[in-house]
Design a protein around this ligand. Structure first.
Ligand code: FAD
Ligand code: UDP
Length: 758
């Protein structure tokens, strides 16, 4: 079966993915590598054929200069047909560019493959018809392979059989660079240390960065190897310490790399680099070099966690990363190589080709099975059926008229707000007490479409050595605790003022409280509780955590003072059921995101799970605090005087006990309660507000910004310690912005207004 490979990259250009794969496939079958036409010297039309390796023929059409596009297409079709005329063998069509479909779409093939290496439409000088031709190629192809993982995410909804095959590496070839090799003459004279790059030098290169690096470190040499294309060589920064050595043969690359100290990937971060998955990353690592790269998503994703690889987003960071890498490149600093080698282990172009061949055999045997054709398609997949996911789904379905699939890995809707009747028939909250309160009228109006409300004002008592006192601290708390008789706000304020220990500036959760009420009350009410709840001292937590709890001088004993405080009359789950009850919404429960992708196709994604999980924890795990819940039913009508009693004492393992009938107004001769016992491992309930966690989140957020087809919404996806109303407000506003940007014809009903709560 002949393999016809249509490629926009010339065989003799740089030895890249097409050359690697075709060289391997050629062991099994003849390969015809079809290049773009070039102008013939004498105005004639012909097809130049050249055998470049056993079983590989490169076909280069020669056309008269200035031929009109339509005539050229017909001529190419004739040349192709003439070449194939004598052959009766079945064909495999393999496309690197959809452009070549124009003259080859008529060919009958046993299997058609689109090996998508890049978002070509984002490249400089990309022809406008490219997008339409790519759609046609998706329709024609049996298999789509992508050259990287980001590209896979971008393309996976376009075709039922898309597989990511990030570029691989010939480890043995590049490992030669670890030995001292005879240095090529044009590099031998360049002073060290040397920072090297090889690859195509085009608009994807950040030339300003290169110039700034060279200016900042005149004592370093920057070696650039590769052809300059699409940009004017006159625009390349010229410096004494930048050497452009031109294109080199693949065979010669290890010898150059062996003379470098650090390998660079100074790519510009723009549309043309959004989906690249540079082959040189694993090659540099195989050559034993530390790597410094700008934040290319696939580099960060696959290699960013390695000690060998530094990702740097601006000149200063790049310089300091280069400095660190220089130290790493010298013994005894080479320990990082073990980890890098382990990451590369098993990678080879042969493995990639073998997996591709298997898929081709399967696809050839049962081309476009019924199952593939009948995969259901949705406009949106919403991951997570909590507040974030359900609001997004409801809006997209009911307001924008989109077809939406909502999934949740849990067996129920409503996320952490899920409530259910327990064995005694009492409505409990499986994931701890959820009390609705907000100052945002638009949020109330929106949710009121799906539920009636039961007015409820939350009251909490703290158990201080068996004595129940109001929490937040108020005048009653002070009077009870200290046997006082403070009977005005002023007296209570004066009492607290005398104890307060002002802290300047207020940074931590300890500062907030100590500066208002002093150490003793802080220790009684906050220190133990917080240490249990968060697994760390309040002095290590951002001030926003304990700032949630006010201190009062009056006798108001409500936990919240929001203008709206109520519980959904029939419970949260019923409210969510009403939200999701729409003809355009399908809900599948007990389904994980990773599983659903093979079963359905979708245009866009709303992700409300943990953002670090979405990006495969490439930068490491974002910390979350978890809880264990112990639910009990007691054979008496009431257990405690209010819905929640807090236990700040560090010796008691639980933080609070909730008695649900107070929240719901339900009557029963029995009562159900739950204990909350904080823990480190388990479901991610609380993002932990600390500056370094926020910084880590920012790195994930940068990846999210580079993934515009995915909307990240909710407490876990935006790593914010949000209450329910804030998540609703966030979802409504993400939706509004999305519809405004997408200009997708959605009808916006009376705008839910600026959302105060967000
Ligand atoms: P979630 O409710 O966590 O929903 C996300 C959903 O996504 C989950 O159901 C999860 O299973 C699913 N998911 C994640 N990853 C995947 C995947 N890969 N595939 C499939 N599904 C996935 N707020 C208040 O306003 N008042 C309160 O009194 C209150 N009390 C709280 C008490 C506790 C103990 C906790 C933990 C939170 C409390 N909150 C309260 C906060 C409230 O729970 C959140 O603001 C709200 O639930 C966040 O909604 P969400 O949709 O962002 O996330
Ligand atoms: N807190 C405390 N003692 C209490 C109540 C709260 O130390 O009795 C602290 C604790 O750090 C807690 C934070 O204040 O995590 C915020 O409390 P809130 O009730 O708002 O937390 P929620 O459980 O609702 O997220």
């Amino acid at each position: 079966m002949t393999l016809l490979c249509f490629s926009h990259l010339r065989w003799a250009f740089v030895f890249q993915r097409p050359q690697h794969l075709m060289s391997i496939f050629a062991a099994e079958r003849p390969v015809l590598y079809w290049e773009e036409p070039i102008d013939s010297q004498d105005g004639s039309t012909s097809l130049a054929l050249m055998q470049v390796a056993p079983n590989i023929t490169v076909a280069t059409p020669l056309l008269p200069a200035g031929m009109r596009a339509e005539v050229a297409t017909d001529t190419l079709k004739n040349l192709l047909d003439a070449y194939l005329a004598g052959q009766n063998e079945p064909l495999i069509r393999w496309y690197y560019t959809p452009m070549m479909l124009k003259f080859s779409r008529h060919l009958a093939a046993d299997c058609t493959i689109y090996d998508c290496m890049d978002e070509l439409a984002n490249f400089r000088f990309a022809p406008p018809e490219l997008v339409a031709l790519e759609q046609e190629l998706f329709a024609a192809a049996d298999l789509v392979f992508t050259g990287g993982y980001s590209l896979y995410e971008a393309k996976r909804t376009s075709h039922p059989a898309v597989y990511p095959f990030p570029s691989s590496v010939d480890i043995a070839h590049f490992a030669q660079a670890r030995q001292i090799m005879v240095e090529p003459a044009d590099q031998a004279t360049l002073p060290g240390p040397r920072f090297g790059f090889y690859g195509v030098i085009d608009e994807r290169m950040d030339l300003d960065l290169l110039a700034s690096l060279a200016d900042a470190r005149p004592e370093w040499t920057f070696v650039l190897i590769g052809p300059v294309v699409k940009i004017d060589p006159a625009h390349l920064p010229r410096r004494n310490n930048i050497a452009y050595l031109g294109a080199k043969a693949y065979e010669a690359l290890p010898a150059y790399a062996s003379g470098w100290d650090v390998a660079l990937m100074p790519f510009a971060i723009n549309e043309s680099t959004r989906f690249i998955s540079p082959t040189k990353t694993p090659e540099y690592l195989a050559a034993g070099l530390p790597v410094v790269s700008t934040p290319i998503i696939d580099v960060a994703r696959h290699y960013g966690s390695l000690d060998a690889v530094e990702i740097a987003g601006n000149v200063d960071l790049f310089l300091s990363a280069c400095e660190r890498s220089l130290i790493k490149s010298r013994p005894p600093g080479l320990t990082w190589r073990t980890e890098a080698d382990a990451a590369l282990a098993g990678q080879s172009w042969h493995n990639v080709a073998e997996q591709m061949s298997e898929l081709i055999s399967e696809a050839t045997a049962s081309r476009q099975t019924d199952e593939a054709l009948s995969r259901p398609h949705y406009d949106y997949l919403v991951v997570g059926a909590g507040f974030a996911g359900s609001v997004m789904a409801e809006r997209l379905a009911a307001d924008a008229g989109k077809r939406v699939l909502v999934i949740d890995r849990r067996p129920h809707i409503a996320g952490n707000a899920y409530d259910e009747a327990d064995a005694a028939g009492i409505l409990i909250h499986r994931y701890g007490p959820h009390i609705f309160h907000t100052n945002s009228q638009p949020v109330v109006d929106y949710l009121s479409r799906f539920t009636a409300w039961r007015p409820y004002e939350h009251r909490v008592l703290a158990d201080i050595e068996g004595v129940h006192v109001p929490m937040p601290i108020n005048r009653t708390t002070l009077n009870t605790l200290y046997g006082l008789d403070l009977d005005s706000d002023a007296e209570a304020a004066a009492f607290l003022e005398a104890r307060a220990e002002p802290v300047e500036p207020i940074v931590t959760s300890a500062d907030v409280v100590v500066s208002k009420v002093g150490t003793e009350l802080y220790e009684t009410f906050f220190r133990g509780y917080t240490r249990k709840q968060w697994g760390m001292d309040p002095s290590e937590l951002d001030k926003s955590v304990t700032a949630r709890v006010p201190t009062r001088t009056n006798t108001d004993d409500r936990y919240f003072t929001d203008s709206f405080q109520a519980m959904p009359a029939a419970g949260y789950t019923r409210m969510f059921k009403a939200m999701l009850d729409h003809a355009n919404i399908t809900v599948e429960l007990g389904v994980d995101f990773t599983d659903i992708q093979k079963r359905v196709s979708f245009d866009r994604l709303v992700f409300t799970g943990p953002i670090d999980e979405y990006f495969d924890h490439v930068y490491g795990r974002l910390p979350y605090r978890s809880l264990a819940f112990r639910h009990e039913t007691i054979d008496s009508e009431w257990y405690q005087p209010v819905a929640v009693v807090n236990y700040p004492d560090e010796k008691v393992p639980h933080t609070r006990i909730t008695e649900y009938k107070h929240l719901t107004g339900q009557t029963s001769p029995k009562t159900s309660i739950s204990y909350e016992i904080p823990k480190a491992e388990g479901d991610p309930y609380y993002p932990i507000p600390r500056p370094e966690n926020q910084q880590l989140f920012k790195r994930y957020e940068t990846l999210a910004l580079g993934t515009p087809d995915v909307l990240f919404v909710g407490r876990l996806a935006t790593y914010r310690y949000y209450n329910m109303d804030q998540v609703v407000a966030q979802a409504l506003s993400v939706y509004r912005r999305h519809v405004a940007n997408a200009d997708n014809g959605a009808r916006l009903e009376s705008d839910p207004q600026a959302i105060a709560a967000e």
